[in-house]
Write a protein that binds this ligand. Sequence first.
Ligand code: GCW
Length: 675
Amino acid sequence: MQYSPVENQIIRNQYGRLLSRIVVDAELTGVVAAAVEELLRGARSMLDVEPAIMTEIPKGSYLHIRLIEDAGYRRNEGQRWKLERDAFTLRQVQTLEEDRLQLIGGSAAGVLYGVFELLRFISLGISPEGLVIEECPSNRLRMMNQWDNADATIERGYAGNSIFYESGRIVKDVSRVRDYARLLSSVGINGISINNVNVHDIETSFITDEFLPDVARLADLFRAYGITLFLSINFAAPITIGGLDTADPLDDTVRAWWGNAVSRIYEYIPDFGGFLVKADSEHRPGPYAYGRDHADGANMLAEALETYGGIVIWRCFVYDCMQDWRDRTTDRARAAYEHFKPLDGRFCDNVILQIKNGPMDFQVREPVSPLFGAMKDTNQIIEYQITQEYTGQQRHLCYLIPQWKRVLDFDTQATGAGSDVKRVVSGSLFGMKYSGIAAVSNIGDDENWTGHPLAQANLYGYGRLTWNSDLTSEEIAEEWTRMTFGNDITVVSTVLQMLIQSWPIYENYTSPLGVGWMVTPHYHYGPDVDGYEYSRWGTYHFADRNGVGVDRTKATGTGYAAQYFPPHAEMYESLERCPDELLLFFHHVPYVHRLQSGKTVIQHIYDTHFLGVEQAEQLQQNWAALSGLVDTARYEQVAGRLAEQVEHAQYWRDVINTYFYRKSGIPDVNGRTIY
Ligand code: GCW
């Protein structure tokens, strides 16, 4: 959204002609007004034209914006999450008399998305000649989750403080939030929950008259960009702020309390999206305290919201966080499936389960959650983490789109071949009413939004992938790079390559072969191999002098592997067929176990850790070669982060290698320095 001036004269003239006159066949209010304003901003800046907005069709070249079926959508609020309403077409119509670019949106939001597509094309230098684009998003709900707290801190935030809050209140000056809404809508995001899923004291009151006027201000702002506002709620709110002595979901007074709370919210925000709920997870209150289950809890809220078209998004990140490390029968990876699979079919229509990727947490490498595909009668969406909690905290470069794509492309085999996760979450596999993707945001009030300037690619890419799950990681990275740094071929190819290589590089020098963790407890940044080994969090690697890894087989381990459909269950169960990259997630093996790659586990650990550091150094050198080709401010920011990454990768390498050398006593065959 820099809208840098277009350098290619042909492209500039073509679009300059078309955009000098814009006919808008729709009321210039709300989302359409925001779309047109954005278009003007882009046209001025990229093409140096001042478009004339007209209602009559002119002669010659022009852009024609039309909105079809908006009335229908407005009449029926239930249509809000329909895919078709976000669709748009963009095509050039050339005859002897006219040269027209035509943008037709299926709703005001469709017009907005079409405008952003057009701006993207201009900025990427894609000619309007013969353009025929028909776009409809892959997913209905394209959600952003803020983990922002009212005190302006952000849980797992690595880019400064919150742009939403200051000193316990919603900010007065919302200009930054408006820019954020623009950013999000430019990549098709259509829902946002504005507060942390860990709902603390102040945020519990967001659903009261004290805060609702302010929440409504934000809802107004997001609405103008086609984004629906949600709140995370505290399941114990009836006690904490309602003065009741229970939050039992089957208690009539509790149900009435939520009914009132919800009707009050809709007085302020008529198109309020609904609630995001973290319950019975990491000490958050929930239905278990009353002997009820997650369906009871979610359905109670769903019934309150139903009259208004609201929905409940209920998180499946439920596990025993007070586990005894000596208890080898409990397995955190199994937890979500065990808690939720038996409830399939019991949730109201307007409940959606939000399933975290992966089954443990947001580690650098995990298998896909076996819950995908396992619930045929339940709305479900996947949860990604854009903020890099376990992937370098925006100090290390880690482009996450390839990781997310692997998950979306995973064939669960739930109904035979072709049961990809992307079809589960898009709702097409089981014909679900609600479906989609959610992710935890990576932005804060840093001037560049994401701390690491290149981490913006993850925010951008998340939206693009969610809009169109068939885009490749490379396509997304290239779009972002060119729109961010211009079309210089050296810059584009270097940044593109850096992004694409970054996730495997990060994996190389951190925890090996899918075993995960080995991070400093609580902070999750640096290496601490045994940091969580004897803790209550259920995150162990079981390294001893002979071997390492978690036995999750059915035959001898925790049985987790059996949660998958065949043939995955058998593949993960088998020591020979389990993919190397996940070996230690599924098996406990001797250090001398030979991987499919031919290397022993211990040699693989040494090799990848030495290699990872060399690769990080290479990233630094590649970037250094762009000195003078990228503006100084961004050049230096990235260079600074890469220097830290290299130093820190060396630290990871030495800690991990030394740990395993000391445990195993097996030297590196190449005799490199291990301490
Ligand atoms: O990964 C863990 C984080 C917590 C987070 C939790 C969750 C919001 O360390 O900070 O809490 O996941 O997803 O609920």
